[in-house]
Design a protein around this ligand. Sequence first.
Ligand code: NAD
Length: 348
Amino acid sequence: MAPWDYPDFDDHEGVHLFRDAASGLRAIVAVHSTALGPAAGGCRYWRYARSADAVTDALRLSRGMSYKNAMAGLPMGGGKAVILADEGAAKTPTLLAAFGRAVESLGGRYVTAEDVGISDADMVAVSKETRHVSGLPVGGGAAGGDPGPFTALGVYLGVRAAAKRALGRDDMAGVRVAIQGVGSVGGGLARLLARDGAKLVLADVDTARAEALAAELGGEAVPADAILGVEADVVSPCALGAVLTADTIAALKAPVVAGGANNQLATPEDGWRIHQRGIVYAPDYVINAGGIINVGLEYLGQGDRAEVEKRIAEIPGRLDTIWEESKATGDPAALVADRLAQRLIGRG
Ligand code: NAD
């Protein structure tokens, strides 16, 4: 099937397939939009059941990056790369170099970075073959490096804004926040909230990880399959996508859902479901933009860590704009965010 026949094809500007027989590389780079600048988005190294699933992932994720970068106010478009982690495609320096040459061949239309399965050390290997890389380790005070803590900071500010809107709270003392997944983003969020005296309920499929963090921060750990339905003021999905479904939305007890995971809504209808329950929902690509703001400014050479933090501090204002428009129009926050993003990239 040609890329434009996929359900997730959305007038992508380009879908590029790469093959390097010597290293076993098979990669797809999807460029959704360069209307605002070079198409930026990470590279995922993942084992797909079918190569068609890899194309779908690249199409969907690259569109998401267009929306995320536009809403973050970055002069960057949206793109995404996936490397098929098949038998015979081990993540060797040779394979990463071949991927770097593939990125370079696009002449800067696509800028890569880390995503699932790719570390900053991998990006260093890629950077030997192309300049169009971000998320490289940086010295103190500079923009760039591991995006996780910056994503966590933006999510923290977004959670506070959502708590203010739904609960009228100016501070987080005693506010009960349930976090699903306590890795880089969820763990960072938990630490920031603990400083404010929030009551933490933590869950991770790695139960030891959730228990250790709960013990350290004075929270409570619960089983991973129970977290979305616990009694809480805020539920914060910080693990996988597609966790908000008809069933999990019906079981939510919290008046706020605000977390860092990408693609939290399983379907667009779930945006309506969460809205119809009167839950304040923070659209994921708006609240979790801290990491891309960090690596975007690194690539663009625009400012230092203080500038990154200043831009991340704008996330709550963007969420307020979305919630206000949602209230005025009666449309779900997720739909309002998509509309704003589409307008920004000239597709509204
Ligand atoms: P991570 O791998 O560091 O942490 C994810 C954690 O979730 C792990 O501890 C894992 O064990 C846990 N987990 C997995 N499945 C789970 C489940 N079903 N229930 C509970 N816990 C589960 O990843 P991360 O960097 O923290 O990213 C988390 C989410 O945020 C992902 O959806 C990612 O796409 C998104 N995100 C991350 C960044 C970033 O800068 N790291 C930026 C934007 C979005």
